[in-house]
Design a protein around this ligand. Structure first.
Ligand code: GCO
Length: 462
């Protein structure tokens, strides 16, 4: 089930309303202290906050094109200005410092650095990220840099984009450009953000850029994305940099909606699509047998998987980023149902214990790879008094604490998101930030959750 396509199910009234407010008091006991040096962060992405889409030599991305196609984005919103972070980054850096962040995850606009996706570097584009990284380091905030957060340069899309196997190489060359420019100043590189969402939304439902609806092609894109990740890991190793690298995956533990064998089997199948189809190639060097067997004999993904690809894809990862938003519950017929509360984003099945289940499962089934929660958060219409978000964060941080107690090497937590931003097909109608953005004035206002999170960071715990 595609993450954001649950809107239809919500419309069918199958979605429970947010119950988190009623659970605020029932939150876990306070007094949880995280390990010394635990990373307290927040996350954003380039197209969602930067704006300045035609400034200083930036080239167009697939999201610039898609957002301007009529009917694609709610209310006709675009990321043309977004939160104007490109011009306001100094104030935003001070905002991060005042919150006490020790880590900040952001993404690079590939087409700002390489306007046509490859070839000549745009010095003004690269310089923006130098100023951003330098500003973070000067404030003792660790940069965690995502290289690809869905904004493929349009010039490469015109050559087939990720449908074209060459895109994996173009991505690795872009990554090498960044590694060479920043060296060890960036301690953690995240290659891909949520390849699953590109496959599901960009190429299957068509609700995201580039807006295609072809599942057979989608799985080819998924394979090429993984190949690009592996080649980028090789590119980093070739520079001799001491930085660490890994992907940022959206993962969701799957559960049967009832105790029938059919529901349990469907949950196992859903686990293959939600999780194992990404974790197995990256960490085990093979696609899940059941997932591969479920692909039609003439599925183009079979031909896309070349000898040696899986060895490249499974190149040692130093860290695994996990974007966690909720559980996936399925019936005996494979239909997704919302057994737990949702948020303003009705695809989100909020289940804090699922974070514990997910991270301990990764350790159990894939080994002791260091983990970072690279996204976790919720959307709410509560513009400033977002007590529901505080309850959400408290319960998920308590679950994160339990995973550390269970021996999981969880290093850091990046709240999605630092500020309200362009929420893809939902435009500016969903607010995910702990800092409110008035998009007409660009004024930033800390929400109750920002002050709460600041106190959590100061205490290094709940
Ligand atoms: C994602 C993206 C973010 C979203 C966030 C809320 O995980 O889908 O990384 O860009 O805005 O998840 O949907």
């Amino acid at each position: 089930m595609r993450r954001r396509d649950l809107l239809t199910l919500a419309a069918a009234g199958a979605v429970a309303g947010p119950l988190l407010r009623s659970r605020a008091e029932a939150g876990p006991a306070a007094g949880l202290t995280f390990p010394a040096g635990f990373g307290w962060g927040a996350a954003t992405s380039a197209y969602q906050i930067e704006g300045a889409v035609k400034e200083d030599g930036r080239g167009p991305s697939v999201w610039d094109v898609f957002a301007h196609e009529p009917g694609r984005i709610r209310n006709g919103d675009t990321g043309d200005v977004a939160a104007d972070h490109y011009h306001r980054y100094r104030d935003d850096l001070d905002l991060m410092r005042d919150l006490g962040l020790t880590s900040y995850r952001f993404s690079v606009s590939w087409s700002r650095v390489l306007p046509t996706g490859r070839g000549t570097v745009n010095p003004k584009g690269l310089d923006f990220y130098h100023r951003l990284v330098d500003g973070l380091l000067a404030r003792n905030i660790r940069p965690v840099v995502t290289l690809f957060h869905w904004d493929t340069p349009q010039a490469l899309q015109d050559l087939g984009g990720w449908e074209n196997r060459d895109c994996a190489k173009w991505f690795a060359d872009y990554a090498h450009t960044m590694f060479s420019a920043f060296g060890d100043a960036v301690p953690i590189w995240l290659t891909l953000n949520e390849p699953k969402t590109v496959v599901d939304n960009g190429y299957t439902s068509g609700s995201h850029a580039p807006g295609k609806r072809d599942r057979r092609l989608a799985n080819v894109v998924g394979h090429h994305l993984l190949l690009g990740h592996g080649l980028a890991v090789q590119a980093l190793r070739a520079t001799g940099a001491r930085s660490r690298i890994g992907p940022a995956l959206s993962l969701s533990p799957t559960y049967p909606a009832n105790d029938t064998g059919a529901a349990r089997r469907q949950a196992a199948t859903a686990d293959g699509e939600e999780n194992r189809r990404w974790l197995d190639p990256l960490l085990l060097g093979r696609y899940p047998a059941d997932w591969l067997a479920a692909q039609p004999a003439d599925a183009p993904v079979r031909a896309a998987i070349k000898d040696g690809d899986l060895a490249v894809i499974a190149a040692r990862n130093d860290i695994m980023g996990v974007n966690y938003y909720g559980a996936t519950t399925v019936t005996g017929t494979g239909r997704r149902v919302m057994k737990h509360p949702t948020s303003q984003a009705t695809w989100q099945e909020i289940y804090p214990d699922g974070l514990f289940d997910l991270l301990t499962r990764i350790k159990r089934d894939y080994g002791d790879i260091p983990l970072s929660i690279t996204e976790n958060g919720m959307a709410t219409t509560n513009a400033l008094r977002d007590e529901d978000r505080i309850a959400f964060l408290r319960e998920h941080l308590a679950a994160a604490h339990r995973t550390i107690q269970a021996g999981v090497r969880l290093e850091s937590y990046h709240l999605w998101s630092l500020m309200d931003n362009f929420e893809w097909a939902e435009g500016y109608t969903q607010r995910w930030g702990i800092v409110n953005v008035d998009f007409t004035t660009q004024r930033r206002t800390r929400k109750a959750s920002a002050d709460w999170y600041r106190s959590v960071i100061a205490r290094n715990g709940l």
